[in-house]
Structures are given as structure tokens and as C-alpha cells.
Design a protein around this ligand. Structure first.
Ligand SMILES: NC(=O)c1ccc[n+]([C@@H]2O[C@H](COP(=O)([O-])OP(=O)(O)OC[C@H]3O[C@@H](n4cnc5c(N)ncnc54)[C@H](O)[C@@H]3O)[C@@H](O)[C@H]2O)c1
Length: 252
């Protein structure tokens, strides 16, 4: 099924659904006829509750959270068609200033949570021989600047998890892909921006993209829905860049 009907009647789990890109993905899925288990560590996710959204407050990296999310989807929807591993956090610290706890917090949230949710989702999808997993990676999966080593390492790992899992999953009829997001106007930098205004920091950084701006979360959500849909039926293990040209630019 193509066009805006493509996810109608599908059942999804979206992590990090309380805010930013995850919220936009959840809203777009629902607007186009899907039902969503919306998982987030932030209890604000409960405000999304409704006929088409079942909220789940959980830390995606904690033991048992992935099992809980999948069980909830099966209980409420009876099947699972899509997992979006979107939740993520960032820290701005030089490696020499970074504690082991800092490092592990980022890796746990950005990679281990996606691994655990992918594993449990695969178990539910394999018997039906269908489904899709979409990961929210970043231009930081490939490129770097000082102070984001934990984040770049986690997003590079997420890209490689995407590719390797894609090879394991396709024999079961399950497609795994990722979007490599550029700067998006969300709250992700609020805890690290000097003045607490992460949106302004992202807007300013986005100006350095060839497009000259950061994205609205909806622009990333559209790519996620495409990768989830039958329109992307030949896409396996791709990390599709949606970054306003950031990753193809060479400073001259
Ligand atoms: N905003 C950007 O410029 C940008 C660029 C590239 C990639 N991304 C990626 O997009 C994804 C979404 O980020 P965003 O920009 O929408 O940020 P955001 O802060 O607005 O939303 C992230 C959500 O994830 C949740 N979350 C964080 N850790 C969690 C955990 N352990 N368990 C459950 N939920 C958790 C947060 O509570 C929050 O609601 C992240 O993976 C991020 O790395 C963002």
C-alpha cells in the first residue's frame, strides 16, 4: 500500500516518544492510521495516551523494558509491525574530562537500548515473517567534532547495529534501516547548552548545513515512515542521510 495509507493498520513501538523526533514520529504514525506503544523515560509521555497511543514509562536500557514494551504491544494490538529505536541523549565533554559513568550512560541509552528492543521485537516478528525496524542515527554516525566522543561512538555503533541486524533479519522478511539525521530543532541539547536553550543552539548549528537551517522534527519523521513502509521494500541495512547536506559538505 502506498502514499499516506502506507502505515494504516500497522502496530508500532516508538522509543523516546515524549519529545522531539520521537513525538513527531508517533504523531505522524497515528495521523496515518497506525497504533503506537510510545515509550519514554520521561513520564510526560503519558500525555500522549489515547485510542491510538499506549504510553509506557521506562528506561529503554534497563533490563526488562524491551520485554515489557513488546508484551504491551502484543497484548493491546495482538501484533507488532514496526520498531523505531529513536530515544537518545548527548553529552558535551572532552574525553579527558569524561568519567566511565558519563560514557556508559550515553552508550546504554543510544546503543544498548536499541539492541535490547531490536532483539525482543525480532522474536515477536520472526514467526510472522514480516516487519521493519528503523533506527534514528545521525551525521555523527560518520563525522565528528570535539566534545561529542561518547555520542559519535554510540551513533557509529547504531549504524553498524543497523547493518549487521539487517543481514540477520532479512532472511526472516524483516527490513532494518536507519535515518542519519542532521540538526533538528528539539530539546536534546537543553541539558548541555550553556544557557539551557538547546533549540537555539541547534538552530545556530543548522545554519552551517548547505541548506542553511536545522530541520523540523516532522522532516525526519517522514523519512522514518518511508523506511517503515512498503515503498522502501528493497532497502536493507541503509543509513539514509536526512541532514540538509551537512554530510556532503567540505569546508573550503
Ligand atoms: N536533534 C538533533 O539535532 C538530532 C540529530 C541527529 C540525531 N538525533 C537523534 O534523534 C533522536 C531523538 O532525539 P531528539 O533530538 O528528538 O531529542 P529529545 O531530547 O527531544 O527527545 C529524546 C527523547 O528520548 C528520551 N530518552 C532519553 N533517554 C531515554 C532512555 N534511556 N529511555 C527512554 N527514553 C529516553 C527522552 O526522555 C526524550 O523524550 C536521538 O537518538 C538523537 O540522538 C537528534
Amino acid at each position: 500500500m502506498y502514499g499516506t495509507e502506507e502505515v494504516k493498520g500497522k502496530f508500532a513501538i516508538v522509543t523516546g516518544a515524549a519529545s522531539g523526533i520521537g513525538r513527531a514520529i508517533t504523531e505522524l504514525l497515528v495521523a496515518r492510521g497506525a497504533k503506537v506503544v510510545a515509550e519514554d523515560i520521561d513520564p510526560a509521555v503519558e500525555s500522549l495516551a489515547g485510542p491510538n497511543v499506549v504510553p509506557l514509562v521506562a528506561d529503554i536500557s534497563a533490563d526488562g523494558s524491551a520485554e515489557k514494551a513488546v508484551a504491551l504491544a502484543i497484548e493491546r494490538f495482538s501484533q507488532l509491525d514496526l520498531l523505531v529505536n529513536n530515544a537518545g541523549i548527548i553529552i558535551n565533554k572532552l574525553v579527558v574530562d569524561m568519567s566511565r559513568a558519563d560514557w556508559e550512560r550515553i552508550i546504554d541509552a543510544n546503543v544498548t537500548g536499541a539492541f535490547l528492543h531490536s532483539r525482543e521485537t525480532m522474536k515477536a516478528m520472526i514467526p510472522r515473517r514480516s516487519g521493519a525496524i528503523v533506527n534514528v542515527a545521525s551525521y555523527a554516525s560518520y563525522f565528528a567534532f570535539p566534545t561529542i566522543a561518547a555520542y559519535t561512538a554510540s551513533k557509529a555503533a547504531l549504524a553498524q547495529l543497523t547493518r549487521t541486524l539487517a543481514l540477520e533479519a532479512i532472511e526472516h522478511g524483516i527490513r532494518v534501516n536507519a535515518v542519519g539525521s542532521g540538526d533538528v530543532l528539539t530539546n536534546i541539547l537543553n541539558t548541555v547548552a550553556a544557557d539551557g536553550n538547546g533549540v537555539a543552539a541547534l538552530a545556530a548549528h543548522g545554519e552551517s548545513a548547505p541548506m542553511g537551517r536545522a530541520a523540523d522534527p516532522k522532516e525526519i519523521a517522514e523519512v522514518v515512515l518511508f523506511l517503515a513502509s512498503a515503498r522502501a521494500s528493497f532497502m536493507v541495512g541503509s543509513v539514509v542521510m536526512a541532514d540538509g547536506g551537512m554530510s556532503v559538505k567540505v569546508d573550503s
